[in-house]
Design a binder for this molecule. Structure first.
Ligand code: BTN
Length: 248
């Protein structure tokens, strides 16, 4: 559970602030939360539009004893935790879209941005940043988003309390982070698979080096997504990039 808690009416990005605190020695469990972000960021250098009074934006400092190559497992851990927290709060229609999107009936309600500072074989810190769409509706978001947006209020027809939501999600992250510390990725893999909507589905994978389509089959022991590309027999391992589900 949080060791230190910082709240900002406005900040550039809670991920940026958490990284500054981590570099200055902040312990694991330090939490930064903001009402608004002026430079909120998403994966792949995208912007995360972060107006005040509406959504949840927070970042946690973690200091896991893992090799840098496994840092992406923390994104999966956090996604599982967010999915479980929302499910426990009675939200229906949830799915995790590999690696970092939480969907409600196929629309994105939350995203995770994991950023790491590491030496070759040692992680100094990992920042796990979470954005959850809470108030307002899909019509308030810019057009042309990669995945159509959802908000908790609109999806459930009631008004959520952001502080309660934060507390529930942070408790779930602390719980799964502990299981991960104790059991490694093996403790995450099965429950994650049960919540994900990806395995067995046709997908398009977009990497910096190009795109391909195929069938997502499994998560391997390290958390890589295994995809059998069209026309191939052996699965490729995918750990970064963008995944789109294709209609059957
Ligand atoms: C994505 O889906 O691309 C990830 C979005 C992550 C957004 C959150 S909001 C809190 C934290 N601070 C940031 O600048 N980004 C993350």
């Amino acid at each position: 559970l949080p060791q230190r808690y910082y709240y900002f009416p406005t900040i550039d990005s809670t991920n940026a602030e958490a990284a500054r605190l981590a570099r200055a020695g902040a312990p694991a469990g330090t939490l930064c939360c903001a009402d608004a972000q002026s430079a909120g960021r998403g994966r792949l250098d995208r912007r995360w539009i972060s107006p005040p009074g509406r959504h949840l934006y927070f970042s946690a400092v973690l200091r896991p004893a893992i090799s840098p190559r496994y840092a992406a497992q923390l994104t999966l851990m956090a996604g599982l935790a967010i999915g479980e927290a929302l499910n426990d709060l009675g939200v229906t229609g949830l799915a995790i879209k590999w690696p970092n999107d939480i969907l409600l009936d196929g629309r994105k309600v939350a995203g995770i941005l994991t950023e790491m500072a590491a030496q070759p074989e040692r992680v100094d810190h990992v920042i796990v940043g979470v954005g959850v769409n809470v108030h307002g509706g899909a019509a308030d978001f810019p057009a042309g988003l990669n995945v159509p947006p959802a908000t908790l209020d609109e999806h459930t027809g009631r008004r959520w309390d952001r502080a309660e939501l934060l507390a529930a999600i942070v408790r779930a992250i602390a719980r799964w982070d502990q299981r991960y510390a104790d059991g490694g990725f093996a403790a995450i893999r099965e429950p994650w698979l049960a919540r994900s909507q990806i395995c067995g589905k046709r997908v398009a994978i977009h990497l910096e080096s190009g795109s391909f389509t195929g069938c997502a089959t499994d998560l391997d022991a390290d958390g890589f997504l295994l995809v059998i590309a069209d026309g191939e027999q052996v699965a490729r391992r995918v750990l970064a990039g963008d995944v789109n589900l294709l209609s059957e």
